[in-house]
Design a protein around this ligand. Sequence first.
Ligand code: ADP
Ligand code: ASP
Ligand code: MG
Length: 421
Amino acid sequence: MARVVLKFGGTSVGDVERIQRVARIVAHARNGGQPLAVVVSAMAGETDRLVKLARAAGGETPNSAPAGGPGFDDEYDVIVSSGEQVTTGLLALALRQLGIPARSWQNWQIPIRSNADHAKARIDSIDDGRLGAAIDAGEVAIIPGFQAVTHEDRITTLGRGGSDTSAVAVAAALNAERCDIYTDVDGVYTTDPRITQKAQRLARISYEEMLEMASLGAKVLQTRSVELAMAKRVRVRVLSSFVEPGEPNPGTIVCDEEEIVEKQVVSGVAYSRDEAKVSLLGVEDHPGVAAEIFGRLADANVNVDMIVQSQARHEGRQNIVFTCPEREAQRAADALAAVREKIGYEDILIRRDVAKVSVIGIGMRSQVGVARTMFQALSQRNINIEAIATSEIKISVLIDSAYTELAVRALHTAYGLDAVG
Ligand code: ADP
Ligand code: ASP
Ligand code: MG
């Protein structure tokens, strides 16, 4: 029988009753012996609590600091990964209560190996031998998401939301028929259902669109999990863990573009508040300056996103504005301050009250006027656009974060995504 991987997120395993419902879902999916591996997150709120503890003890998310040196906190991962282990044991117990053979598999027991990029590690191998044999023999395997071990047997984590990636990686390694991601919404919506009740569940979404949606802020799937699913052709379904087993629960299928009959111009609207805008004012205007600035930022491990260059008030000078994740803005400013002489800028400003709002759709490739609709909808609400970025299937704008919800709702309506009734 074909193997299947199921994944349950934090809210879905938030307390013992919910874990018991998850056990019933797993029992139903097993349906007389289908080989199952189940990937679980930490109970809701637990990872946040652990991150706070780690920081209070002086552990920072490791960045590019050299292994073993100052600033390199591999112990951060030891702390924040611990929540998932608890859930594996609780779910295994709940399954045994239902008479289903189950056991937990910690990452080192499989093992699931990653590189040593702590807090944002990438899985590079999963030994499917013993794990595959165990599930084929009828025992349900419960695996903690979000973590792995390095080739030196140190614990790593895969970045926030990383259990999705664990699930897809396990599904790929086990050659599973599909990977079902159970969460607190019943599928992928046209936008975050917390922002507008008019959001609609999508029956299908292409890998490309889902990848953009995730990387532009829709946290329903971790970006890396979609990348991996796309590369390894894993069939992913997103569905609700709050529906009793046996009740209708179609969810959203993430699949190849070819499987989508009706291609929407815009399939979804995403937003991200984790943005900062850094403005370098009065930069000397000569060749090599941009290379110097963005080279420095890359060395400082700053993820630069949007870039806008414009003429400054003074002759021979320009303004360079870029965005990056909020936590990296100060690092960016420090890195640039160190080369102020060389670059010759007049001032540097950081704004944290900005948000990025994006519209995504594969139909955009063959349609004109998509940007105009966006800009008109925003201007009708008096929302000022501070930067723009486009790709083949998305348009993003940077705006004042106070208008995030308003902008998302306006765009949702403007592109005809609102649910009727
Ligand atoms: P889990 O704990 O199961 O991993 P997450 O909180 O990581 O769940 O992701 C689910 C949440 O993602 C939903 O509660 C929803 O608010 C949010 N979300 C954002 N954008 C979307 C979207 N387009 N479709 C569905 N959910 C979305
Ligand atoms: N528990 C981890 C987090 O909260 C991983 C996950 O839930 O996907 O980020
Ligand atoms: Mg998640």
